[in-house]
Ligand binder design. Structure first.
Ligand code: GDP
Length: 300
């Protein structure tokens, strides 16, 4: 919680700066509500969440005199109410051997790192974990997973050569995982969004081919979003939801980002489960997402 709070400092500053002075013993009238809405939008909470919050304020407090502290407390409650339904840990089905987690997202958002962090956490729970280095064109991504595999004890299914067919690799990896009793198979994917058609084709092929081995796979499709990209994250969520059946989100780089409010915008707009948040580059820096802690941290 302390790590999240310090990580969100810049987001908090942005939001509270917009609020400070707005309500020092002031009547909550139309003008004040409009300023509140603006402050929320400026802090990346998105138009829909800002409007929802302001409407609730209007209903419960219109015409009343409020102080900064009352507004902050009420805001934390409103934000927690938006986040609570989406704060859901990634559920691993014990009956699936392996439970396949397909990890998608634009390059650079933190897919590979998130896979490594998940691998470490499941490893600590004594689960048998394997990685699939499915971004076969990026030698760096494959290498990184191999390094993390070495550190975390996860077996790494890497392509035989750069640019090898990702679907073929996923097929072989899933077969091998079934045979060796792997419990969780984390599959990295390419994230070149500039060619949407090709990306969609590749992701769908990976899915189709894995379903030949296990018709229920993938059991989770995690979309990794980088909080520092703000509204771009919302756009990416929209695009990837059209490409594949996204089942949940991981939002990374909340440490030091001034755009932590984007998590609220994502929750309001998509309602997809937020499984975890990234607050740093180390394995321990992937944290469960707690609605109340997050809301309170955001308000400082
Ligand atoms: P990918 O291209 O989506 O696989 O992204 P990577 O996993 O390679 O991550 C890109 C960069 O972001 C790397 O330098 C990571 O160390 C960094 N990164 C990932 N997650 C976080 C996070 O939560 N916080 C910070 N500060 N950096 C992160």
């Amino acid at each position: 919680f302390a790590r999240l709070r310090s990580g969100l400092q810049r987001s908090t500053a942005k939001l509270t700066e917009g609020l400070t002075g707005l309500f020092t013993k002031r009547k909550l009238d139309d003008a004040a509500l409009e300023e509140l809405e603006e402050a929320l939008i400026t802090a990346d909470l998105g138009v829909a969440a800002a409007q929802r919050i302001v409407q609730n304020f209007r209903r419960s407090r219109f015409g009343k005199e409020v102080t900064d502290i009352e507004v902050k407390e009420a805001l934390a409650e409103e934000i927690a109410a938006i986040l609570t339904p989406v704060a859901q840990p990634l559920a691993i089905h014990p009956g699936k051997r392996p439970h396949v987690v397909l990890v998608v997202g634009v390059n650079g958002t933190g897919k590979t790192t998130t896979i490594a962090k998940l691998g470490q956490q499941y490893g600590e729970q004594c689960k048998k974990v394997a990685f699939v280095a499915g971004d076969t064109f990026r030698a760096a991504a494959v290498e990184q997973l191999q390094i993390w595999g070495g550190r975390t004890g996860a077996l790494v299914h890497a392509p035989a050569k750069q640019g090898a067919d990702a679907a073929g690799l996923a097929f072989d990896a899933l077969k091998a995982a079934q045979a060796d009793g792997t419990e969780i198979l984390l599959v990295d994917t390419a994230g070149r969004l500039h060619n949407k058609g090709a990306l969609m084709e590749e992701l769908r092929k990976v899915i189709r081919v894995m379903q030949r081995v296990d018709p229920t796979a993938p059991h989770s499709v995690l979309l990794v979003l980088d909080a520092t990209t703000g509204q771009n994250a919302t756009q990416q969520c929209k695009v990837f939801s059209e490409l594949v059946n996204v089942t949940g989100l991981v939002v990374t780089k909340l440490d030091g980002s001034a755009k932590g409010g984007i998590v609220v915008a994502l929750a309001q707009e998509f309602g997809l489960p937020v499984h975890a948040v990234g607050v740093g580059e180390k394995a321990a820096d992937l944290r469960p997402f707690d609605a109340r802690d997050f809301a309170r941290s955001l308000l400082g």
